[in-house]
Write a protein that binds this ligand. Structure first.
Ligand code: AHR
Length: 321
């Protein structure tokens, strides 16, 4: 006969009170966290998954993990299954911003707290989650834009930019575009001549860059890629087109993964704006705090830097992802 977690806890408590079990049995009950991951689309995501899994192990938290393969319906299914399993806390990194209200209401009705990690949801009701921890994606886009404005300050003619966007409808794609445009639009010489999604993957980044090169050829001065993986894919396309990445085309990307540092050291990528995937330890502390009844800030922002190619060799040995 199966026994659900609450029934089990109540039975253990009764047995403890009756002196049949030591109190430590109750104290040692592991917290259960259900985590619905976006997928495994990038080096960043792999590092994020690894951070969550290892932090759960270190914190003694029982982690139920699912990979949604970049599909919102899979994430919703996973969240519903965590609700059915009556986990203590649900956390997820929403693949896209909208369409979460119904399932979040179901979690709220089941009294299961929800933590958003990495990406935000677009909802007016902020009681549907406890806290949102992760990067400020708009600021990352601004950092990319400011770096470009400074690099091109003496350039007189037009600066033609192509943009590889992240997953359509995702918070990082929307926000990074917004932050970057906010900065470059201050000077009309900056022109975004093409902008298309590469879905945050190397393969798509390469494919879309090939199409950009076919359409615009040598007109392209700058590539702004919403993540390192797409930039790395695009670098291959640029080389195959007989051009020199980071020289013929200035390349800016976001994440700061090891692959980007290697590309910078090889002289093929100009700069990577940091976006840290190492959210695991922070998430596990939040899970413990929530269950201990402590209140958490609604927004916990990750502190991040920017790494131009000139510092890559010095920084690489200390990079953790
Ligand atoms: O949400 C963070 C973004 O998702 C990272 O920049 C990207 O690499 C990942 O897939």
């Amino acid at each position: 006969m199966s026994m659900n977690r609450r029934t089990l806890t109540a039975s253990l408590a009764a047995a403890t009170l009756a002196g049949l079990l030591p109190a430590t049995v109750l104290a040692q009950k592991k917290l259960v966290l259900g985590f619905a991951q976006v997928g495994a689309e990038s080096e960043w995501r792999t590092a994020n998954t690894e951070s969550i899994k290892s932090a759960a192990k270190d914190a003694g938290i029982d982690l139920k993990f699912s990979d949604a393969q970049q599909k919102q319906e899979n994430q919703i299914k996973a969240i519903r299954s965590y609700i059915a399993q009556k986990v203590d806390v649900i956390a997820f990194s929403p693949v896209v911003e909208s369409g979460w209200e119904t399932v979040l209401r179901e979690a709220k009705a089941a009294k299961i707290p929800v933590v958003l990690t990495d990406r935000a949801v677009n909802t007016k009701d902020d009681t549907l989650y406890v806290t949102f921890m992760g990067s400020d994606f708009v600021e990352e886009g601004r950092k990319a834009g400011r770096w470009l404005v400074d690099k091109m300050k003496d350039q007189k003619g037009d600066v033609n930019i192509v943009e590889l966007q992240g997953t359509v409808g995702s918070a990082p794609a929307i926000d990074r575009k917004k932050g970057f445009e906010e900065i470059v639009k201050a000077d009309p010489k900056f022109k975004i001549i093409r902008s298309q999604t590469g879905d945050f993957t190397r393969a798509k980044g390469k494919e879309v860059m090939e199409a950009f090169l076919k359409a615009e050829g040598k007109k392209i001065n700058v590539l702004f890629a919403h993540n390192d993986d797409m930039a790395i894919g695009a670098i291959q396309a640029i080389e195959e087109a007989g051009l020199k990445p980071a020289k013929d085309i200035t390349i800016i990307s976001i994440d700061g993964v090891k692959g980007a540092f290697e590309a910078m050291i090889a002289g093929k990528l100009n700069v990577s704006v940091e976006c840290s995937p190492l959210l695991g330890p922070q998430l596990m502390s939040a899970v413990k705090d929530i269950k201990a009844g402590k209140s958490l800030p609604k927004r916990i922002v990750t502190v991040e830097g920017i790494f131009p190619m000139e510092v890559a060799a010095k920084e690489l040995p200390s990079r953790k992802y």
